[in-house]
Design a protein around this ligand. Structure first.
Ligand code: GDP
Ligand code: MG
Length: 717
């Protein structure tokens, strides 16, 4: 039996030389059917077997622009050889590998003959062949075709791999094209469109590349399907034109170069100099991904993004808040006291405000991220951080989500969860979005501030750093745990596309930002409003019964009639109000739950008052502070000024540094606020993961707090 192989590669890479070396005299020359392109056929016989070899015309690409390309493509598709021996000019790796990528995308087994090794050596280019082979996941054999050096090793590698299954290379062409590709692939597959000749994804790709040959064939095969595909192509073409001012085929080419670029950047080449269009990008990369400067620039960019998101978004956010306060004010004045008023103000207006309140944040974050993504810097950042995050089963791109969620302290997990969209692998994305809520968002800070001021006033900075470290460690360890158990699975391949830098258009950024923001409002809005009302009901119902209300009324009567000083009366009346609020809260559904679980939470140092506050924190973490205020009958405490509550806790029995830190731990780890939970459900497309994040995080938090409190009690005793 003989094995059919083809020699393919760029013109002048040494195909014919290698062909002659391998076949000796056993060859004959003809033409490819119907065209005047020379076809050389021959056989190679050695002790490992017999090989039928074709010397394919040299090409730089596999589009349908030239006769050579069409011939080469058709031959590969129609004859389906056992292996493509891809001759690569080692002295001109980048351009040559661009074609290799396209061979690997076809799904025919590929073996690379790294030719012109003598020329490369003379020019001082050193290539780490083993690494190149590992990254590309194909055999790479160094050769010098002119002298025949390396041909035996090459044929051994060919024989070893020729009949094995070959996983076609699947690179990412950016979100827009990837999504279109998936859609088209599904249509092609279910219709069996052109399936007799081409792999599904390849056909889809060629459609996006506007490949006339395939489009014509498709049109003949099935007009309806062809039209459907064409519509998808047109849509994504229009979108890319608007956002990036580019055509799909341009982006596809960029991403292929980006893939090659990334392979070469991983230490494959020691000395590298090539006159090509990527030069400016390469120059930028020399600085931006430099071993020392790179991290510094990255930290600066991350801080910049953070600052941009959370500082500038406060301007429209404050405007929105003013509007909602203004509407609440009108409701306060016009509605009669009672449940309806409470529902409208605390349930609906707060709820709508809660939905819209995140909009500026999300907009600014996506604007920042779109900018980093569209310029190409995001890919570099991911590239640099990938090594670290990979250890925990995450991806270099995860860093954005962590930072936005409060990795530096004071972010927000809602945009954080949405920032995970830049991750392409579903499993890494899931692990990231489940662990970003452990970061210290801006709403947890007032809780920490309260407790630190009361119990660790002298070591403020130290405790805050400790909190940040604990949340990062916790997040990474949990990610690692999830990735080695329930979200097990392969990481994305180590090669990330590093496309050339480009300047994004303002219009493009705007479109990307508005699209994503609108998705948040549309997808999360109604649910958030509904849950806000439910939470309001939990903190309000069933309220106090007639007898209890009467008791407070009697007290008020006694005060007004029994005292003479007006100030004293007012003070005492206020005390009664606060006491009533506290009693009502304790009697509410949330209060009853808080009291019921006291038996368990006692081991972590939390009594019913803390429990209610923590339940309130599910609405938004800063509510922990204001609810603690009511529970300690101090009235609603402003999260921005917690002095009175700090003073109170300091002197309260059962409170001390141990309880305080136990509560800090719990606050870091327990269930994300419900807006985040809704976003998790929306982004994963499943309420299962939303429920998971509530149950798992709370269980983890309680276990940690109990462990800490119990060990702490023993140590301190
Ligand atoms: P093809 O266009 O891919 O068929 O390339 P050829 O086999 O015609 O080679 C192009 C030129 O490169 C010829 O002058 C060859 O002698 C030369 N050549 C091929 N392989 C090597 C090599 O490994 N080292 C050197 N120095 N020259 C080579
Ligand atoms: Mg030739």
């Amino acid at each position: 039996m003989s094995t059919a192989i083809v020699l393919a590669g760029n013109p002048n890479s040494g195909k014919t030389s290698l062909f002659n070396e391998l076949t000796g005299g056993r060859q004959h020359v003809g033409n490819y059917p119907g065209v005047t392109v020379e076809k050389k056929q021959g056989t190679h016989i050695s002790d490992i077997g017999q090989f039928d070899i074709i010397d394919l015309p040299g090409t730089y690409s596999l589009t349908a622009y030239s006769l050579e390309e069409v011939v080469a493509r058709d031959f590969l598709v129609n004859e389906n050889p056992s292996m493509i021996v891809n001759i690569v000019d080692a002295s001109n790796l980048e351009r040559n590998l661009y074609l290799s990528v396209q061979f690997m995308e076809m799904g025919i087994p590929v073996c690379i003959a790294l030719n012109m090794m003598d020329v490369a050596k003379k020019r001082g280019i050193q290539i780490d062949i083993e690494k190149l082979s590992k990254l590309l996941r194909v055999p790479v054999v160094p050769t010098i075709a002119r002298t025949g050096k390396g041909k035996e090793q090459l044929m051994q590698a060919v024989a070893a791999k020729a009949h094995q299954k070959f996983e076609p290379l699947k690179i990412s062409y950016g979100q827009d094209i990837d999504i279109a590709l998936d859609k088209m692939e599904a249509i092609i597959k279910s219709a069996g469109f052109l399936t007799s000749h081409y792999r599904h994804r390849w056909t889809a790709l060629k459609y996006l590349e506007n490949d006339q040959q395939i489009i014509e064939m498709g049109h003949k095969e099935d007009k309806a399907i062809a039209l459907k595909l064409d519509q998808i192509v047109q849509k994504v073409t229009r979108h890319l034109g608007e956002t990036l001012d580019a055509h799909p085929e341009g982006i596809i080419a960029d991403q292929r170069y980006g893939y090659v670029n990334s392979v070469l950047k991983q230490g494959v080449i020691k000395f590298y100099h090539d006159e090509n269009r990527l030069q400016i990008s390469d120059k930028i990369d020399k600085v931006v991904t430099n071993r020392f400067l790179g991290p510094v620039i990255m930290v600066a960019v991350l801080m910049g993004l953070y600052h941009f998101t959370f500082t500038y978004s406060t301007i429209p956010a404050a405007g929105l808040e003013n509007v909602s306060t203004w509407i609440a004010g009108i409701a306060e004045l016009t509605l009669p006291d009672g449940l309806l008023k409470s529902l409208i103000i605390s349930g609906i207006i707060d709820g709508v405000g809660g939905v819209l309140g995140f909009v500026p944040l999300i907009m600014f974050m996506f604007l920042g991220i779109s900018f980093l993504e569209d310029t190409g810097y995001l890919a570099r950042m991911a590239f640099m951080l990938d090594r670290v995050f990979r250890m925990f089963g995450l991806h270099g791109s995860s860093v954005m989500a962590f930072i936005v969620s409060g990795g530096i302290a004071g972010g927000c997990a809602v945009p954080g969860v949405m920032a995970t969209r830049t991750l392409k692998s579903p499993k890494e994305r899931l692990a990231t979005l489940l662990t970003v809520p452990f970061m210290n968002c801006g709403a947890k800070l007032p809780v920490f501030a309260l407790l630190v001021a009361a119990f660790f006033a002298e070591k403020k900075a130290l405790v805050m750093i400790l909190i940040t470290m604990i949340s990062w460690m916790g997040a990474l360890l949990v990610a690692w745990g999830l990735r080695s158990t329930i979200i097990k699975g392969e990481s994305t391949p180590f090669v990330m596309e590093l496309p050339p830098y480009r300047l994004p258009t303002a219009k493009g950024l705007l479109i990307h930002t508005l699209e994503r923001t609108w998705q948040y409002i549309k997808k999360a809005g109604t649910v958030i409003l509904a849950i806000s009302i439910v939470l309001w009901a939990m903190m309000t119902f069933p309220g106090l019964d007639e007898a209890q209300l009467q008791k407070f009324e009697d007290k008020r009567m006694a005060i007004t009639s029994g005292m003479s000083s007006q100030t004293l009366i007012e003070e005492s009346l206020l005390q009664v109000d606060l006491l009533q609020a506290q009693t009502a809260l304790k009697n509410s559904i949330a209060g009853r739950v808080g009291t019921a679980v006291e038996g368990l939470t006692r081991f972590a140092g939390f009594d019913w008052r803390t429990n209610i506050a923590l339940i309130g924190g599910f609405a938004a973490k800063e509510v922990v502070v204001s609810t603690l205020g009511i529970a300690y009958s101090l009235g609603e405490v402003n999260p921005d000024d917690t002095t009175s509550l700090s003073q109170r806790l300091k002197t309260e029995e059962g409170w001390g540094p141990l309880t305080a830190f136990s509560l800090i731990l719990f606050t870091i780890f327990y269930s994300p606020c419900f807006v985040t939970v809704v976003c998790i459900a929306r982004e994963t497309g499943s309420w299962k993961w939303a429920a998971f994040s509530i149950v798992f995080n709370t269980t983890l938090a309680l276990s940690l707090s109990i462990l800490f409190y119990q060990v702490g009690s023993v140590v301190l005793a």
